[in-house]
Ligand binder design. Structure first.
Ligand SMILES: C[S@@+](CC[C@H](N)C(=O)[O-])C[C@H]1O[C@@H](n2cnc3c(N)ncnc32)[C@H](O)[C@@H]1O
Length: 215
């Protein structure tokens, strides 16, 4: 039953993937950057620390925040004492806002970059993908590159402060050309298991997440 649903969703995802490109995703989020505070103001102060903990963020640790937008995770990462925070986004307008909001936070760097082909001089202990996964269209490259960007044993998390069903409805309505349908967390996690040990899967009406560590 789940397999059949996953297959039909996979086909649907592939069709959309042909239409959407990472450039159109960047353009879409550039257009949305101006009002993003109001979109994300419902983000609960409970969810973000839980996301950070699933990614193994710790005092003095290094974190890559993927699809950071205007920086909704950054205050939490700072409060947890992360020593090096690199936040990336394909939208230059989102990054410009994030830089302004967090000017003076010395441990943070904001970069316009596509996570699927970015490189780094020093790999990270944690990778956070919060409320961004449906827009990361090149999934095989994503999994491989996150693995390269992490130290061995480093942790990643993919998480949303919403249910899969609601997110899929929302994306169908407002972001059909720039997102892929989200499958059950257990199914999405399968694509990561070749390179990662997935040790946490949550798929509830309020929280969607899977997380694990790099082999
Ligand atoms: C729905 S927004 C979420 C932003 C932020 N994480 C939040 O919770 O408010 C998704 C973000 O992912 C970014 N994004 C999409 N594809 C990306 C990629 N390949 N690499 C880096 N960022 C990407 C988009 O530009 C957008 O800002």
């Amino acid at each position: 039953m789940i397999g059949a649903n996953a297959n039909s969703l996979k086909e649907e995802c592939c069709v959309k993937e042909q239409a959407a490109t990472q450039t159109s995703v960047a353009d879409y989020f550039d257009r949305r950057a101006a009002g993003w505070e109001t979109v994300e103001e419902h983000t609960s102060s409970v969810v973000q620390p839980a996301v950070a903990v699933l990614a193994g963020v710790h005092a003095g640790g290094s974190v890559l925040d993927v699809g950071c937008g205007i920086g909704v995770m950054e205050q939490v990462l700072h409060n947890l004492g992360a020593g090096r925070i690199v936040a990336v986004d394909v939208s230059s307008k989102m990054i410009a806002k994030a830089r302004t909001r967090f000017a003076g936070y010395d441990e943070m760097t904001f970069e316009v970059a596509d996570v699927t082909d970015m490189t780094c001089d020093e790999p990270f202990e944690s990778v956070v993908i919060y409320n961004a996964y449906p827009h990361l269209l090149r999934r095989d490259e994503l999994v491989r590159n996150v693995h390269k960007l992490l130290v061995p044993g480093g942790r990643f998390v993919v998480a949303h402060n919403d249910s899969r069903q609601h997110l899929n409805q929302h994306h169908e309505a407002v972001a059909a050309g720039v997102s892929l349908g989200l499958r059950p967390a257990r199914v999405e996690a399968e694509a990561w298991q070749e390179l990662f040990e997935v040790d946490a899967i949550v798929d509830t009406p309020a929280f969607y997440a899977f997380a694990g560590w790099a082999r």
